[in-house]
Write a protein that binds this ligand. Structure first.
Ligand SMILES: Cc1cc2nc3c(=O)[nH]c(=O)nc-3n(C[C@H](O)[C@H](O)[C@H](O)COP(=O)(O)OP(=O)(O)OC[C@H]3O[C@@H](n4cnc5c(N)ncnc54)[C@H](O)[C@@H]3O)c2cc1C
Length: 373
């Protein structure tokens, strides 16, 4: 393991400790802890050193995300949002925007990324939020839904229509016209600060629009979601590792019928399934990170595949782990109960399971040649 990762793992261990269960029950993360991690560059660790970041490769950031995912999916969700925001600014912003916003994002300010709307979930082309130029200003109006981390955010990266195209605009959460309402009692990732965001005629300098103007909608969301899929995929690897660990420890120690659970073959099969899940998800994410680090043309599909495999494996693994622990894990406050709730949500975000399958099916049709008559 690179020294920098060992240092960050130790720092995270000290800072997080045994608090995730309490955060989950309270539905809240400590903001000062998020700012500390943000100022250290951990929340968007791939930002290059020249912009104040840690400059990690995708593979190393993946290892970091898996580590955080095993500790606490709410915290990893914040990491995903901050990372998407930073990567999107890096990719789509002009030089001044990169300098300014990446310094904010590696300096302790927190960001959330807002695509989804009441009528635009899987289908973002139905989006109704508008970014309207008006002299030296733009005016942003719309309603965004279920925005991870918006409760804690200083900056909101908002996707909206820009004439016939689309754009991302950076909106300070404190700007007049912005209101943020936490989602009451989310099923999982309860401390991730999911919120609805309303933007009522929010007037901002025109320089807040990334890249200065409109671009194709698909390009914008694919750019942002590709980073998000990598991060969620690696986070799911962490969930699976936490489940594998909890189930194995329990099966080694709990006795029923005069032997430890691990000696009952049907329970042993659950442990095998957990190991398979961990290996399969890890390999899919490693492949996607290799594509990312090599700037491969395969990246977009590899990221969808990694997220899809890791999320479905995590949901199945968490259910298996609860089965192995039975009543010992069937209570809020237990790591496998939390994993069960958190993992299910990973099948909804960054392209639901069905949307990933549609993308992968389209890809299958392009890679398998039609038979010659
Ligand atoms: C925990 C969590 C965190 C989130 N964080 C964010 C965030 O930070 N930023 C943000 O912008 N949004 C966020 N979202 C919203 C998320 O992106 C949407 O929930 C997601 O895109 C699905 O949209 P929807 O919920 O409206 O479901 P719908 O689009 O209504 O889909 C409902 C069901 O129909 C299926 N479906 C829809 N269309 C098709 C189709 N064409 N073919 C086959 N099946 C289809 C879906 O897969 C799903 O199973 C978050 C949601 C959750 C639950």
């Amino acid at each position: 393991m690179p020294d920098i990762l060992a240092d960050e793992f130790a720092f995270l261990g000290e800072l997080v400790g045994d608090q995730p269960e309490a955060w989950d029950l309270a539905g809240l993360l400590p903001v000062d802890l998020l700012r500390k991690l943000g100022a250290r560059g951990v929340l968007c660790a791939e930002v290059p050193a020249s912009f104040g970041g840690l400059g990690l490769s995708s593979a190393d950031n993946g290892a970091l995300s898996a580590h955080v995912g095993a500790l606490d999916s709410s915290l990893r969700s914040i990491m995903t949002s901050q990372g998407i925001a930073a990567f999107t600014v890096q990719r789509l912003g002009d030089r001044e925007q990169r300098r300014r916003y990446l310094a904010d994002l590696t300096g302790g300010q927190l960001a959330a990324v807002a695509f989804s709307e009441p009528e635009a979930g899987s289908d973002l082309s139905a989006m109704q939020t508008t970014i309207t130029p008006d002299g030296d200003s733009v005016v942003v109006s719309g309603h965004k839904k279920w925005i991870t981390g918006a409760r804690y955010a200083d900056l909101l990266l908002v996707l909206g229509r820009f004439g016939d195209d689309a754009a991302f605009v950076v909106v300070p959460a404190s700007a007049p016209g912005v209101s943020i309402e936490p989602v009451p009692s989310p099923m999982g990732c309860r401390a991730a600060g999911h919120s609805d965001v309303r933007l009522d005629d929010v007037r901002l300098p025109a320089s807040s629009v990334l890249g200065g103007g409109g671009q194709q909608l698909q390009l914008l969301f694919t750019t942002a979601l590709t980073y998000g899929r990598m991060s969620v995929g690696w986070g799911c690897v962490g969930i699976i590792r936490a489940c594998l660990n909890a189930a194995t420890v329990h099966a080694r120690t709990r006795q029923q019928g005069g032997v430890v659970l691990a000696e009952h073959q049907l329970v042993a099969r659950h442990l095998a399934a957990l190991l398979v899940a961990e290996q399969v998800a890890t390999r899919a994410c490693e492949h996607a990170s290799r594509c990312w680090d090599a700037n491969s043309a395969e990246l977009v599909v590899a990221a969808v595949l990694a997220k899809h495999v890791a999320a479905t494996q995590a949901a199945a693994a968490a259910a298996t782990a609860v089965q192995v622990l039975a009543s010992a894990g069937a209570q809020d406050g237990h790591v496998v109960a939390r994993a069960y709730r958190d993992a299910k949500l990973m099948e909804i975000i960054e392209g639901s399971t069905e949307i990933c399958e549609l993308i992968l099916a389209r890809h299958a049709l392009t890679v398998v040649p039609e038979p010659k008559c």
